[in-house]
Design a protein around this ligand. Sequence first.
Ligand code: NIG
Ligand code: FE
Length: 416
Amino acid sequence: MTLKLFRRAHIFTPETGVAPTFGGAQGDIPEIVDGCILVRDGRVAAVGAGEKIEKNIAGRSTDVDMEIDLGGAAVIPGFVDPHTHACFAARREGEFSMRLAGKPYLEILKAGGGILSSVRAVRAASEGELFRFSKALLETTLHYGTTTIEVKSGYGLDTENELKMLGVIDRLRRETPQSVVPTFMGAHAVPEEYGGKPDEYVRLLLDEMLPAVRDQGVARFCDVFCEDGVFSVEQSRKILNGARELGLKPKIHADEVNDLGGAALAGELRATSAEHLLAASDAGISALADGGVVAVLLPATAYSLKKSFARARTMIDRGVPVALATDLNPGSCFCASMPFVFSLAVMGMNMTPAEALTGATLNSAWAIGMEKEVGSLEPGKWADFVVLDGESPAALAYASGTRPILSVWKRGEKVA
Ligand code: NIG
Ligand code: FE
């Protein structure tokens, strides 16, 4: 057994309830000024006022193996990034320039670029190449304080290559310090060989790909890109119901560019989360609240696509639990930094720093079924935290565009 005591920490952490945090509670962050975190074998054993914890330890027979003085710095839970496409084989900087010159994201996809160009690169890459490229991406996210990350497949779009991607994501889970949560996203686009025959591809997904993904046993969630020219609401419903029967929980890329009714579908299915929601209607937002669906907002994608941000304030006011994610991918948003996302949430979506903190930690843990393991500093959870170069979480927005981080800790070990 190893016991570590982190002293003189100014701790800001949300607290886990029975459901994702919503409404006024999203901005309620307890604060411990002169706090201690006691870590036993990588998990939080106790957290609270320094005096109390040190007194408890003094009365015990077990010795602390290591004491770390954090010097009064602000400490927050490690970031949980609940939406990334961080497994790919090549960048798409040329396409970014096309977008800057005015070509819309969905037009590029329609013309066989975009996601489909990433599919060509992933199909051509060996497992080793894909692993090395993706591992470097995850290292960057770790440097920015992400200690838990969801990674989607969706650049294979056939059974062999989707399983290859999930295999690589599983290897990332085993061989990086981060907690990695794999999501199957075979419904990311209709592959070129099924051009004009989307229903046939949906059949392949249901009859062959999903059962193979279940047998492989890596993916925990199934996600669908419900969008004009990609998968309709009806197709998305079929795929997600099929996935659920096989034990994969539903997530939806909903109303990212156009309001198709993806948010309403997420509410109807009581999906774990609905993502993007830039164009979500009032009715869609109410459906999320009614279904207890976590809204995963990706403000760096809105920024990169030059679109208006999602209506985070309306969502919070209507009782939708809001989470934050990077969307790290080669196309719509090549951003690995949760601090940047945090600052966009505060400056662009008018969330308070406390709301953004809950969104980037505890609610994002709920969005990927990790709320019992990570997302807050509470006894029993992994001792994952970020020591900020600042007095409070507001430093993340105050120092926009920089990295106001002194150190990153995963399971009680310093990892960045
Ligand atoms: O979340 N919208 C679909 N998927 C990603 C983009 C993937 C890509 O462009 O490669 C997104 O924006
Ligand atoms: Fe995405």
